[in-house]
Write a protein that binds this ligand. Structure first.
Ligand code: NAP
Length: 287
């Protein structure tokens, strides 16, 4: 059996169309264009590419976008003052601070990110939004796991009552994924580097999510025949070669559905950010 390939571009396009429609509806109902501000501190080349992509995506979907470039030498207080100004700016519904931060302020990352008003926290990292996710209240959810959940739903993959196993317990992927799947009535197990006999657990999964950060970590013998395998990993193994956390070639022969890398989950993140900006605007306008 060869698995159904869940192509990221198909789902990302659906999310973008959804965000565009909702942005147009807000414009019509309230005369308001959803707005995103991205702050980039310093000149990290990879960060500059990510920020440009976010800006272009906004422009294509009718979302107002501001990129605020601050010098490498920016202090914590200067960055916080900028966040405060954006918190008060009615044109801006979502604020994102591009990570990583330069060395001199990196140690204050939590304090800086927590300064963003929870209603404008489109990364979904603020403790208030984390709390809302855990308690099942509406809030903003980190883009990558939210994109994975929406992809499963759009692909028609059953979640309710299914066994889901997540490898990885990071705050940006593993833990939010746990709460999203639990919220959809899956029975969820989360594994990490101290987990004993990992393959025995992963073989029970109807839905297996790999967010480990280790190239080709999940092999065919760890996968139940017919399972859906979501590969969140992005590992650069050579200058122009990216692989996921799943050994795609062998696992696709066992799984029922699988996301490729590249071309899978990676494409969902910016599309979900657009959805989060529109959701943030909806929540602020309806409050
Ligand atoms: P992370 O913070 O490094 O977390 C990795 C997790 O994997 C940790 O919980 C760790 O366990 C666990 N782990 C490591 N080795 C293990 C082992 N041998 N057995 C079982 N568990 C093990 O990584 P992350 O930020 O969640 O990212 C994971 C991957 O997703 C990376 O490749 C990253 O580049 C990618 N990613 C992609 C996107 C996207 O847009 N597609 C977004 C975010 C991340 P401990 O907690 O015990 O250390």
């Amino acid at each position: 059996m060869t698995a159904r390939i869940l192509e990221g571009k198909v789902f990302a396009q659906a999310f973008r169309e959804d965000a565009q429609k909702k942005a147009a509806a807000l414009q019509e109902k309230y005369g308001v264009q959803p707005g995103l501000a991205v702050i980039i501190v310093g000149s990290n080349p990879a960060s500059q590419v990510y920020v440009r992509n976010k800006h272009k995506s906004c422009e294509a979907l009718g979302i107002y976008s501001e990129v605020i470039e601050m010098p490498e030498t920016t202090t914590k207080d200067e960055l916080i003052a900028k966040i405060d100004a954006l918190n008060a700016d009615v044109k801006i519904h979502g604020i994102l601070v591009q990570l990583p931060l330069p060395e001199q302020i990196a140690a204050h990352e939590s304090e800086i990110l927590e300064r963003i008003r929870p209603e404008k926290d489109v990364d979904g990292f603020h403790p208030v939004n984390v709390g809302r996710l855990v308690t099942g209240e509406p809030g903003l959810v980190p883009c990558t796991p939210f994109g994975c959940l929406r992809m499963l739903e759009l692909a028609g993959i059953p979640i309710d009552g299914q066994r889901a196993v997540i490898i990885g317990r990071s705050n940006i992927v593993g833990k939010p994924m746990l709460h999203l799947l639990l919220g959809k009535n899956a029975t969820v197990t989360i594994c990490h580097s101290h987990t004993k006999d990992l393959p025995a657990i992963t073989r029970e999964a109807d839905i297996l999510v790999a967010a480990v950060g280790r190239p080709k970590f999940v092999t065919a013998d760890m996968v139940k025949p017919g399972a859906t395998v979501i590969d969140v990993g992005i590992n650069r193994i050579a200058p122009k070669k990216l692989v996921g956390d799943v050994d795609f070639e062998s696992v696709k022969e066992v799984a029922g559905a699988i996301t490729p890398v590249p071309g899978g989950v990676g494409l969902l993140t910016v599309a979900m950010l657009m959805e989060n900006v529109v959701r943030a605007a909806e929540m602020q306008l309806q409050a």
